[in-house]
Structure formats: C-alpha cells, structure tokens
Design a protein around this ligand. Sequence first.
Ligand code: PLP
Length: 367
Amino acid sequence: MNDYLLLTPGPLSTSDTVKKAMLKDWCTWDDEYNQGVVQAIRAKLVALATAHPGYTSVLMQGSGTASVESALGSLIKSSDKLLVINNGAYGERIGEIATYLNINTHIINYTETQLPNVTDIEAVLLNDSDITHIAMVHCETTTGMLNPAEAVGQLAKTYNKVFVLDAMSSFGGIPFDLADWHVDVMISSANKCIQGVPGFGFVICKQHIIAQSEGVSRSLSLDLFAQWHCMEKNNGKWRFTSPTHVVRAFYQALVELEEEGGITERYKRYKENQHILVAGMKKLGFSPLLNTSVHSPIITSFLSPTGQGYDFKTFYNTLKNQGFVIYPGKVSDADCFRIGNIGHVFAADMHRLIDAVASNLYWQDTV
Ligand SMILES: *Cc1c(COP(=O)(O)O)cnc(C)c1O
C-alpha cells in the first residue's frame, strides 16, 4: 500500500488494519459510535495512563497543539501563574500558547541540548510563590531528549503545584504511571506512539481538576471542560463534528497496542529499533547529537556529515526513492537530521534503512 516508510515521529507509519478501519462512515449520535468507540477509547486511555483512580480523559479535535492549547486555556485561570520549562521547539510552543492566551508565565530557558535541572526549577519555585502550575515536555521531539518528568512531578507534589506534561511523543511508547509521577494533566495525540492517524489529541487529567474548570476557557471550540462535560453527560458525544474515521482508526490502533503486549512491549520494540539505528549509523560514521544517557527511544538526531558534497535535500530524496522518509533537523545551534524510531516499524525495517544509507554515502568521495 505504501511506497515509503515514514520514519518521522507523527504522522508515522500505521498498519494496514488501522488504515482499513477508516473505510466505514459513522453516525456521530449513534450509540455504536459514542458508546462503542468513543467511550471505549476514553476508558482504554485512562487505563493505559495509570493504575490509580481519580483520572479521566477527554478527546479534542485538531492536531496535538490544539489539545495543548485547549488544556492550558481551559485549566489555568487568569489569576494563576504558569512555570514553563523550555529546552526545545515544543517547550517553546507551550510558552507561545501561554502568551497568546494571556497566561501569566515564568519561563526557564535551556538550550536544546541541555537537560532541565531540578535545582534550577526548585529555586524558581522558592522565589515565586505566585506559581500555581508547571508545564514541561516529556520527550522533546526537537532532539529526542527525555526530560526528567518524574523528578519535576515530585517537585510539583512537594510545592503543591499542578503539573502539566506534554507527553505527545512518548505516551504509549514509554511506560510510566501518571499518578506515580504526580502528573495532574497529560496531553498526547492520535498519531504518535499509539500509532493512529492524525486528526485529534487527548488530555488525561485528574477528574477534580477538570470538574472545577467550568467557564475558564478562553476559546469556544477548544473548551476542554465543555467537551469533557458533553462526553460525560451524553455517553461519549463530542460537542462538534468529530473526526469519525480517525477516531475509529484510533480504536483499532489501541487494540493493536494491546495485541502487541501493551506499552512495555512497544517500548522494547522502539528501543530495539533505536539500538539498531544508532549502532548502524555509528558504523557508517555518523554521530548522534545527544549522549545515550539522555536519549529517548522515540527519535534520534544525528549530526550532518561534514563532507562538502553533503546536502540534506539530496540525502532525503535518495533515501525516499529507496523507501524511507526521514526528518530534517530542528536544532538551532547544530546541523542535524532526525530519524524516527516509532510507528509500525520493526527491526528488519531498521536494518534495511542502514543498508540504504550505506549505499548512499555519496558525499564521502568529496571530502
Ligand atoms: C508532535 C508534538 C506536538 C504536537 O504537534 P502537532 O503538530 O500539533 O500535532 C506537541 N508536543 C510534542 C512534544 C510533539 O512531539
């Protein structure tokens, strides 16, 4: 069906069965859809996120960013103050959203290759008692860095702050329990590690937090409380037209995650994919941008070759013709490209990719 494999962290390669699940048209007020698909998804998401009670989930139309904007704009009051921890494009986007929404914000800025430091964060919390919420990205997809979410969650608990985690590119691919990590609000989307197709995002949060957020939202269509309330009261009904085909495909993707053995098994597969990728690329002379210790198994940034004849576009096009689509770099202070390890992608695909790269080192002749 596909003429190339997407090695990009969302949209990503999905299974044929996920794609086939989109072939039926659904009625948005029928129980078969609302109870059978939407409510089932909401329950499955909460079960994937935590073994503890007190959490609920809500789905929201749009790309992942819409869900981040919906959560920030609907759960943070104008009298609150948000601490944003930023070490990449997605952390920066949280700050940007807060600016658009006129949320009072304190931002700790790191470079993209720096790991956020708990001591810095604690110092800010001790200095600024107005802060009510902390927001951070879990896997910073800019580089592939895995941020210290558990440690920041512990700080949030100690200082009694609401912890908002953008786990867009990690949820479903890396095991963690929201309650154990003291995450109050988590955001992710359909087209990342759950391996669905793009079209909506979701928020999993403490039920009491969303239940107390009526009237806070700065936006009509992104009102997370209203969406949650409608789903709760009307058995899974979305407020406005839902992306039915995408939702049904997502249900199928959740079933396939269960069949694979859940998040732990998927995590193993992603780690193996990355291991093969990094070992193979190193053999071919490439260097990963980050140290292994801070690396997620989600996406890997490699420094661009220094050979004079190298340019990303040619490298990209040759690999694409060989059946692999990779990602340009997004790091501002280093010349990189990125290769995703997630999606319906397996060890054999990674070995084939390495063979393709090996046949493609044209710039070495020009060094
Ligand atoms: C993908 C992603 C998002 C959302 O991006 P969209 O393009 O809006 O889907 C947000 N945060 C992180 C960390 C991501 O990886």
